[in-house]
Write a protein that binds this ligand. Structure first.
Ligand SMILES: Nc1nc2c(ncn2[C@@H]2O[C@H](COP(=O)(O)OP(=O)(O)OP(=O)(O)O)[C@@H](O)[C@H]2O)c(=O)[nH]1
Ligand SMILES: [Zn+2]
Length: 373
């Protein structure tokens, strides 16, 4: 979503750049000295930068669309300018571009600015603990408005452990969750929705013949990130929402450096609703789940709003674990104020963060077919 608001944001950045320029050491203007000639007005650095929205990242090349450009405008390939230092650029970033932003074959622009992010969706890549890379906290997408959690109602069965994990990630990122329940032709949503009664979680039901109007309305004008396990129907859904998704991804990879990296996120432009704003969906083929090692125990709890209230009765610094005799969460659940399975799920996530056991171990969720991450 690259609208007028963003333009203002970048303009504000321009003003800052202008101010900073007055103190730049490498400023070439010459002091007027005794000469009566007024000193030369210097141009603020990159006043000519145009605004872009990053839709794909592939090995040091960033594919951008220019603000206000229509769906048929050429995509701009850019590299980072050295002055960005160590700042990373990710899909969803709004950036300032200089150089050749024509989008002509072979043209290369430079990213000189990254606008302040409205949200940052992170995950710990803790799927590989053996390497420094694998333990790294990564930004998945910047400036997303919504996390669309795609779960099938059957084949594969829904896993609330995964959904809970996504809810924590959404809360941590400061973006709204939307539960997207696919394969509604195969099973009803009652069990899953029952589990989340306390939450008033927004949801949509998808079957092969549904017209997707409700979902489209929720996606219009926003940047939505889609996550889901393999086989839940995510690709099917993306292809229905963005009929030329295959082509769009192909174009991105052709303009990048050839081979498409299936693990990276790609933003796809949704067909504009009549009279409405374009929306974007960010497909995350490589993100199967969210490592939450970077989320504090307290923030983790906020992914469980149905449990938060109980903890005012916990002793100070209560770890909320099952072996903490005075933890108020047990009484809360015993009193029927929240679902016992939600507490179990919260504690599984707590344990997975501190490396105590494997959260996917079946014996940790006895008799609960919905559980599992
Ligand atoms: N019955 C039914 N089947 C569906 C529905 N949506 C998708 N499928 C089928 O489910 C299977 C998996 O769908 P995909 O779209 O490939 O799933 P995915 O989540 O993209 O999986 P990956 O490609 O592994 O990431 C396919 O055989 C689809 O035809 C649905 O609403 N109902
Ligand atoms: Zn407690």
């Amino acid at each position: 979503m690259v609208g007028d608001g963003d333009r203002q944001e970048l303009r504000a950045g321009d003003v800052l750049a202008t101010k900073r320029r007055e103190y730049d050491e490498d400023d070439v203007r010459v002091r007027p000295g005794r000469s009566s000639r007024p000193r030369t007005r210097t141009r603020p650095r990159h006043a000519d930068a145009v605004e872009g929205f990053v839709i794909a990242v592939d090995r040091g090349r960033y594919t951008c669309v220019l603000s206000g450009a229509g769906p048929d405008a050429p995509l701009v390939t850019a590299m980072r300018a050295r002055e960005l230092g160590r700042k990373s650029v990710v899909v969803g970033d709004r950036v300032g571009l200089v150089g050749d932003s024509s989008g002509a074959p072979g043209a290369l622009a430079r990213i000189v600015r990254i606008a302040e992010r409205t949200s940052v969706l992170r995950r710990t890549a803790d799927d590989d603990e053996t390497t420094a890379e694998g333990r790294l906290e990564r930004v998945v997408v910047a400036n997303a408005d919504q996390l669309v959690i795609v779960s099938a109602l059957a084949d594969p069965p829904p896993r609330t452990g995964f959904i809970d994990r996504c809810l924590v990630a959404a809360y941590d990122a400061g973006i709204e969750p939307l539960l997207c329940l696919t394969k509604a032709d195969l099973a009803g949503p009652e069990a899953v929705l029952g589990y989340y009664t306390e939450l008033e979680l927004p949801y949509v039901l998808i079957r092969p013949d549904s017209d997707l109007a409700a979902l489209r309305a929720l996606l219009a004008g926003r940047v939505s990130v889609m996550v889901g396990h393999s086989g839940v129907g995510k690709s099917t859904l993306v292809n229905r929402l963005v009929p030329d998704a295959e082509r769009a991804v192909g174009t991105v990879s052709a303009i990048g450096r050839g081979r498409h990296t299936s693990t990276s996120a790609v933003a796809l432009r949704l067909p504009a609703e009549p009279g409405g704003d374009t929306g974007w969906i960010v497909d995350t083929p490589g993100v199967r789940s969210f490592g939450l090692a970077h989320v504090s125990a307290e923030s983790l709890l906020h992914g469980f709003p149905d449990l938060v209230e109980a903890t005012v009765d916990c002793p100070a610094n209560c770890p909320h674990t099952a072996d903490e005799a005075d933890c108020a969460l047990d009484a809360w659940v015993a009193a029927g104020k929240a679902d016992a399975r939600r507490l179990a799920s919260y504690r599984r996530l707590l344990a997975s963060r501190s490396g105590e056991g494997d959260p996917r171990e079946p014996e940790r969720n006895p008799g609960d077919p919905l559980a599992g991450s």
